[in-house]
Write a protein that binds this ligand. Sequence first.
Ligand SMILES: Cc1ncc(COP(=O)(O)O)c(C=O)c1O
Length: 495
Amino acid sequence: MKELKNMKDKNMYFKGKPEYQLTPKTSDWMHELFNDQAVVRGLMERYGSPINIHHLPSFNKNCENYQQVFQSYGLKYRIFYARKANKSKGLVKQAFASGIGVDTASFKELEQSLALGGNAENLVLTAAIKTEAQIELAIKNGVPIILDNEDECRLTQTVAAKLNRKANVGFRISGFKVDGEKLYSRFGFDVDEVVDFIASYVGDGKTFDLLEVTGLHFHLDSYSTHQRSISLIASIHMISALKEKGYPITFIDIGGGILMNYLEDEEEWIDFNEKLKEVVINQNNDITFNNNGLGFRLEDGKLNGKRNTYPYFNKINKGSFIKEVLDFTDDASGLSVASLLLKNDIEIRIEPGRSLLDQVGMTVAKVIHRKKDARGQWLVGLEMNMSQMMSSSADFLLDPFMLYNSEIEEIEHVDVYFTGAYCLERDVLLKRKITLPRLPAIGEYVAFVNTAGYMMHFFETEAHLFDLTTNLIFTGSNEKLSFFQFIDDNKIVLE
Ligand SMILES: Cc1ncc(COP(=O)(O)O)c(C=O)c1O
C-alpha cells in the first residue's frame, strides 16, 4: 500500500499526444483510477479485458443539470434517459434514483426497466419497430407508447381491446418545415397530416377509440437548436388545434440529440480539421491509418466529402443547448418557446442518451503484443475488438491514456496504432496515429475515456465467440478507491 502511495507522485500515465492532439475532457474519478493501478489491475484480472467502467455520480450530475435548467424556467418537464445509448442496468437504476425516467426502445429494454423500478410515470416506449408483445407489456403497465404509423395504431387498438384497457399514446411527428426546407425522416406521421388523422380516427366513437392521446413527439436527426425550436413551436400550434377538437394533450417530447462536448480545446479541434483536409488534398496523410480521410476524399484533384464523425467540440451543449432551444423567440407571437409552453400549460419532455452519459464511462484494455508492420509502423495489439468500442461514424476522435507500470519521462516518443482481435484489416481501434512517451509493454493498459454513450454497446458483437465486455458500475465515494466499489452489472438483480 505504501509503495502505491509513492507511485502517485510519479508519472505513471500519459495522454497520447499526436502532433494534432484531441485532448478529451476528463473527470477526477478517471485520474484517480489511473493513479491507482492496483485497482485497475485487480479489475482486469477479475473481469478480463476490456472492461467498461460507469461512474454513477457523474450520471447523477448530468441528470441534475437538466433538471435545474427546466426548473429555472418554471416549466413542467420530464426527462427520460434513452437507454439505447448504453445497455447497463445500473444506469437505469440510477436514472430512477436521480428522479428521471427511461426511454425504452425494445421489449427487453422495457421489461428490464420495469423490473428495475420503472412504471407508467417514468417510462416511455419509443421503439422503431413495435411488436405485439411490446405493446401488450406497455399497455398492461400503463406506459405511454409513441406511435409511428397507422399500422401501429391498428395493432395498439387490437391489443388494447384484447386487454380491455385503454392505451396511453403519443404521436411521433416528422417533416417540420424549417427555413423553407422540409426535414425528412423515415419516422413518424407527417406534420401536415397528423392533426386531421387524429381528429378523424382517434377517440370515442372512432376507429381507434382505445387510444388516449396524451402527447406529441419528435426526434430530429440533426444537432440544430434552431430546428428544434421551430419544430417545438409548430407542435405547440398543433396541440392548440387538437385541444380545440377535444383532445386534452399535455406533453411534447422533443427526443434526444442534445449535443455534448468531448474536448478540452476548440483550437485543437479546428487545427485537426484543417490538417485532415490538408493531408487529404496533398496526399501526404501521416496522421491516420492507411490514409483514411475520415470522410474526406480527393477526386479529380478536388477535396470532396466531409468529416464523417460526431462533432466532438461543442461550446453549446447539454443545459446550454436546451436553453438555446427554449430562449428562441417565436416571430408570430413575440414570445420565447419557454413562454409559449408555459402559456399553453404544456409539459416538455426530453430523451437524452449520449449527453446524459457525458463523463460517465471509460473502456480499459490490456496490451497483448507489439509489432512493426511492413511500413515500419508500430501496431499495439489489445485484448479487445473493434465492436467493443465502435462509433457509428468514421472514428472516435479522443486521445487515449496509456497506463504504464513504471515511471516514464517524456524524453522519447513512439507513434503507434492500437489494433484489435478481429480478423479484419480494419480492426484498428482509433484511426489516428497516437504518439506515446514509450512503447507500451505487454500487460500494460490503455484507457479510452468518455465511451459510455453508444461506443460500448451499440455495435458490440460476439464474433469469434469473444466474450462481451464486463460492465462495471462504479459507485464512487470519498473514501479510498477500492475494488469493492465496482459492481458487475450482470449481478444487478431484476425484481
Ligand atoms: C426517439 C429517440 N429518442 C432519443 C434518442 C437519444 O438520442 P441521443 O443519444 O442523441 O440523445 C434517440 C436516438 O436515436 C431516438 O431515436
